[in-house]
Ligand binder design. Structure first.
Ligand code: C5P
Length: 295
């Protein structure tokens, strides 16, 4: 069912980059990369209600960490969509239920933006083709096109080239930290000592066939070493997961969050007990929401 005067609700899943390879810095300051992005069961929720102007209320357990004003990516996404769709006086009351750690490399803000685009595409009856909505998303942020899809994807370019990958469900233990890492900082640290890791062939084959031992050994992130050298606690968490028997552990995105792959849910519970402040989640989630309007 679409739009009209009904409130529209969209889940905004957190993500893990289980593989992230940085190919190089570009003329425009962005970096070309390759990444396998896995949406998680952990999610925020964006609700859009009809209204005269644009407004946002942030609630939920992590509301205090999220920016509430114009710089919140929900409002950036709403304004960008209105411009692309030629809506002169856009109206929506947006409510963001914030649960995903902020500035953690888990895609929270980008996923909120993607969910806002999906919700307002329906509320405003824009009916944009998936590809066009992806282009609007890329204007909001590099991770937004990937998170619009709601399924595992392999991304390239600066993140705007997106290809769905069929990945079997896996169980993860996630360790956020009490400090943020700004994405431009992580890429800037990489620039100081650029190093590009292996290609994604082995990891993708392992993810597609559900070979979790191989997947664990192939987890990889080129931004990890630059962040670990400035924040040694990230490296310590990776070591702690591995010592506790994780199949693999890696920093996600630009960090600092660390994700460890568990062989099965029982082992995940043991890993979460072994590493203070970590929690268990799975991915990809079973599809539960109406997808984006089909093109
Ligand atoms: O696209 P987004 O606004 O999320 O990117 C934030 C910053 O992260 C960029 O300004 C850039 O410094 C860095 N970045 C990058 N290469 C990418 C994605 C992000 O250098 N592929």
């Amino acid at each position: 069912m679409r739009g009209g005067a009904e409130p529209v609700r969209e889940e905004a899943p957190a993500k893990l980059n289980v593989f992230l390879r940085v190919l190089g810095r570009r003329e425009d300051g962005y970096h070309d990369l390759e990444s396998l992005i896995l949406p998680l069961a952990l999610h925020d929720v964006v609700t859009a209600l009809p209204a005269d102007g644009l407004a946002l209320r942030v609630e939920g357990p992590r509301a205090a960490e999220a920016p509430g004003g114009d710089e919140n990516l929900c409002l950036v996404a709403a304004r960008t969509l209105a411009e692309a769709a030629g809506i002169a006086s856009p109206g929506a009351d947006l409510v963001l239920d914030k649960r995903v750690p902020v500035a953690a490399g888990m895609g929270g803000g980008s996923s909120d933006a993607a969910a806002t685009l999906r919700a307002l595409d329906r509320l405003w009856r824009c009916d944009l083709e998936a590809e066009v909505l992806g282009e609007v998303g890329a204007r909001v942020g590099s991770d937004v096109p990937a998170l619009l899809v709601g399924e595992p994807v392999f991304v390239s370019g600066r993140g705007e080239r997106v290809a769905p990958v069929h990945v079997l469900a896996t169980t993860w233990v996630v360790k956020p930290f009490g400090f943020p890492v700004r994405t431009p900082d992580a890429f800037g640290w990489w620039d100081e000592e650029p190093a590009t890791g292996p290609d994604a062939g082995v990891l993708i084959a392992a993810a597609e066939t559900g070979n979790v031992e191989l997947l664990g050994s192939a987890l990889f992130n080129d931004l990890q070493a630059p962040v670990v050298s400035r924040h040694p606690e990230v490296g310590a968490a990776i070591d702690a997961f591995l010592e506790a028997g994780a199949l693999g552990a890696v920093m996600t995105g630009s960090g600092p969050t660390v994700a460890a792959l568990a062989a099965h849910p029982g082992q995940a519970d043991r890993l979460a007990r072994a590493v203070h402040g970590s929690f268990v989640t799975g991915g990809p989630p079973a599809p539960s929401r109406p997808g984006p309007v089909a093109g």
